[in-house]
Design a protein around this ligand. Sequence first.
Ligand code: PAF
Length: 286
Amino acid sequence: MKVIRSPKEFQHRMRLLRRRGSSIGFVPTMGALHEGHLRLVRRACAENDTVVVSIFVNPTQFGPGEDYKKYPRRMRDDLKKLRREKVDYVFEPTASAMVPKKSSHPVRWETSREFHRLAGVLCGKYRPGHFRGVAAIVAKLFYLAQPHRVYFGAKDYQQTAIVRRLISDLDLDIAFRLVPTVREGDGLAMSSRNAYLSPAERARALSLSRVLFVLRREIRAGRRGIAVLRQDAISTLRRRVDRLQYLEIVDAETLRPVSRRGRKCVALAACYVGQTRLIDNVIIPG
Ligand code: PAF
């Protein structure tokens, strides 16, 4: 497994691989790898000649007061895990190589990828600028890696909708793979941020997946309307978590709220347990 730090060298290597006809599967991550990431890696290994993982805690997607500084960084451990999975390349750039600071300019990043609506709803309402930062860095990683296939976890559902849209709007020749959320045995969605939870908070955090599972079952059963089910789920979650930011049931593609069952939809929620912000979702087939 080769670790590359320079964006130019990374791009050069990927270009050579492509020229030689090797298919490239790419898994972008922010490190602190858990089983959820490893599922993406395994799927990439099964479908490509070369597998590339990037590890980069992207400063542009964290807002002021968010956890950029304390976000878990476990490079040694991550590299060990990726070696075990037989990953071919790890791209691990420095922040200054990816997001150059221009001393003559107060803004650290000039090029932006704006979304008219997708990035302003759900998490976007509570994390202004977050998806702009995600999209800018994902686009840069795609240009550098020139992958044939990319792998994203369904836990960050809104992010996946935005990346799919980026690929389709820009006609990038990249196949997008959505990989189901990986959960702990008791249902908690795996996340690098779970490491922040105390044992008592971890127990309360379980309410998030439990409420979403009940909601999915009830929506599928179709005995009660979506609006009523949503209100019930909101009331239950409000009693159990510290701060519920949103719980919405939206169309799986447009992310517009749905009022009745029809097309595939997704129930998503974000809340705080203690100081930790958690997100989760369930996909409900049409
Ligand atoms: O999901 C993540 O880990 C990040 O948002 C990503 C896609 C690596 C971009 O920084």
